[in-house]
Design a protein around this ligand. Structure first.
Ligand code: HEC
Length: 244
């Protein structure tokens, strides 16, 4: 009995020492041992299974629900989870654990579990909880979309996820073709024609440039005007533009 207590105290001391000396590497690019990985997976799956057991999915074949889900998905999820025809992103490759790709034929999971994860997020993985800004119905929509994701070609996906204007636009992922120049012209964010093109509203430029953004004339997208007024010419020139 005595030896067990001594061993336990020594073990605890050793554990604290390892933590305190910073010996454990928290870097995302230092992968877990496979035993740790397996253990974490069991913890995650059991936790989600238990918490989603009482959920009842609505009819996930409903075309309208799938369409709404596809739109939301395109707006909020593709940077991490990719989509049909999409190349790997920096977020996808850099995250650990790596987000699953739902259009991968090998991917499979229960809709109720997916719903629970989308609603509540996953601790220490990068997967956010989407419930604060989304109703259960909107979340079921995304789940409904996930069930068909692997069956879609790039073209089908683009068509399905094209915003239909339900007033719930998150300004991402619409694949409207922009004039290439637009990214250099902060004023375009105020162009009436562009107001249905959510992307421009995220252009950081306009918030830094109160002067030009209030100028009604330059808002007509006149290239000469805006080029001469441009105050941060190199802002989007680094090939690392974040506007979608
Ligand atoms: C910042 C990156 C990021 C974003 C954005 C993101 N996810 Fe995730 N997601 C993750 C990561 C990381 C995981 C967890 C992977 C793991 O635990 O192995 C995950 C897990 C999930 C899972 C659980 C999959 C499974 O079968 O275990 C679902 C479902 C999911 N995400 C759906 C979504 C949806 C829908 C959106 C958009 C509303 C979204 N995610 C946005 C990173 C992200």
């Amino acid at each position: 009995m005595k030896t067990i207590v001594v061993a336990a105290i020594a073990g605890l001391f050793l554990g604290v020492l390892v933590i305190w000396l910073g010996l454990y590497n928290v870097a995302a690019n230092d992968k877990h041992l496979s035993i740790t990985e397996n253990l974490l997976e069991v913890v995650r799956e059991r936790s989600i299974e238990t918490r989603s057991a009482s959920l009842n999915a609505p009819d996930l074949n409903n075309a309208q629900l799938i369409k709404e889900g596809a739109e939301h998905y395109a707006e909020m999820c593709t940077e991490c989870h990719l989509a049909p025809g999409m190349e790997e992103t920096e977020l996808y490759t850099g995250l650990y654990p790596q987000p699953p790709v739902f259009n991968d034929p090998d991917y499979n999971n229960k809709p109720e579990k997916q719903f629970w994860v989308i609603k509540n997020g996953l601790k220490m993985t990068g997967m956010p909880a989407w419930s604060p800004a989304h109703t259960d119905e909107q979340i079921w929509g995304m789940v409904a979309f996930l069930q068909v994701a692997r069956t879609l070609s790039e073209k089908d996906y683009k068509e399905l996820s094209k915003p239909s204007g339900d007033g719930h636009n998150h300004s991402h992922g619409s694949n409207n073709s922009h004039e290439p120049d637009n990214s250099h012209e902060p004023d375009n964010s105020h162009e009436p024609d562009n107001s249905h093109e959510p992307d421009n509203s995220h252009e950081p430029d306009s918030s830094h440039e109160p002067d030009s953004s209030h100028e009604p004339d330059s808002s007509q997208g006149n290239t000469e005007d805006t080029v001469s007024e441009k105050q941060e010419p190199s802002h989007n020139d680094d090939g690392h533009s974040h506007s979608h």
